[in-house]
Design a protein around this ligand. Structure first.
Ligand code: PLP
Length: 348
């Protein structure tokens, strides 16, 4: 490895640094106090996002975690239950916020690749007319599924789940942290995915390459409630048009290129297929590849000393995620280093 080579960091698609052009857009942003509703860049971004998702309103928030928490808090009351996949981000990685802040009970379901099926949702719903039960008032789906290997819900599946929710007066939230990976992978526009959902969030800080920021969209009344809870939780920011400008830049320049991340993910998969000591437990239709190895922390350490970073996800599972700071050279280095590391195990 030449000393000039930088680290190829595949641990997460949150590890990108804002590009020069993005920083330039940020530096030029018109700003105002957003708690006063006076940041023109934030207002413009919120309008643009609402329109592109086919919703009446949108709210810029610091993180995807807060977007999910606001969606849950605004659409439930304490004692209700929220139906979601056992691998869903709000259940796995959001510090129990829904229980502490919204006072709701998560009810988890299983399903292939982190996806709920309309059948599992139908079985999981708990109705108010049974006094023993905590009434299901919200279903939350994830597009794409993080722990499920970046799998995408089909439009049909979201529609069926949405129809079930509507039938029972239940709200449907889409945690679309990687919504645009699904948009690009399946050629479906974001508004089509969003139509059956009452609220939709997505992250600017993942594949879109921004330093921070997420957005929650929905009907006016729900977004007004979310706005109030955002303030309550300390998410009211001031001259945050600087971040909104990064988000605008990302919407203009960083969506179509997600296809390159998907291509590189598929290429790494192909290169690792059939290599002794490596198995690929899940499909990888977008930018997330799970890799099973004999000892994940050790395997990751061995790759790390050769300049390639992957995330130990469990004792035997690694995660590699492609993003806009990894190019074809990075891909090739990841292939070389991971195959060489697997060979060390095979010959040990
Ligand atoms: C990353 C992620 C979030 C939110 O993450 P933040 O780090 O809080 O922005 C939510 N859902 C999914 C599926 C994610 O991958």
């Amino acid at each position: 490895m030449s000393t000039k080579q930088s680290i190829v960091d595949l641990r997460s698609d949150t590890l990108t640094s804002p590009s020069k052009a993005m920083r330039k857009a940020m530096a030029a942003a018109e700003v105002g106090d957003d708690v006063f509703g006076e940041d023109p860049s934030v207002n413009a971004l919120q309008e643009r996002v609402a329109q592109s998702l086919g919703k009446a309103a949108a709210l810029f928030v610091p993180s995807g975690t807060m977007a999910n928490l606001l969606a849950i808090t605004a659409q439930t009351k304490p004692g209700d239950s929220v139906l979601l996949h056992e691998d869903a981000h709000p259940f796995q990685y959001e510090g129990g916020g829904m229980s502490m802040v919204a006072g709701v009970m998560p009810k988890t379901l299983t399903g292939p690749q982190g996806l709920l099926t309309p059948e599992s949702v139908a079985e999981g719903i708990m109705l108010a007319r049974d006094p023993h039960r905590s009434h299901t008032t919200l279903v939350s789906i994830e597009q794409t599924t993080n722990r499920g290997g970046g799998a995408c819900y089909s439009t049909e599946s979201i529609k069926s789940i949405g129809a079930l929710c509507d039938k029972h007066g239940i709200r449907l939230h889409c945690d679309g942290a990687r919504l645009f990976n699904a948009v690009v992978a399946d050629g479906v526009d974001a508004a089509t995915y969003s139509a059956p959902c009452h609220t939709v969030s997505f992250c600017f800080s993942k594949g879109l390459g921004c330093p921070a920021g997420s957005v929650l969209a929905g009907d006016k009344e729900t977004i007004e409630k979310a706005h109030r809870y955002r303030k309550m939780l300390g998410g009211g920011m001031r001259q945050v048009g600087i971040l909104a400008a990064a988000a605008e830049y990302a919407l203009d320049h960083n969506i179509e290129r997600l296809a390159e991340d998907h291509r590189r993910t598929a290429a790494l998969r192909e290169a690792l297929e059939g290599i002794p000591k490596i198995s690929l437990p899940l499909p990888s239709p977008t930018n997330i590849l799970f890799i099973d190895v004999p000892n994940a922390p050790d395997f990751a350490d061995r790759c790390n000393v050769r300049g390639v970073r992957v995330l130990p996800f469990s004792p035997t599972r690694l995660r590699a995620v492609f993003h806009l700071d990894v190019d074809d050279n990075g891909l090739q280095r990841a292939i070389d280093v991971m195959t060489a590391t697997a060979r060390q195990y095979a010959s040990a």
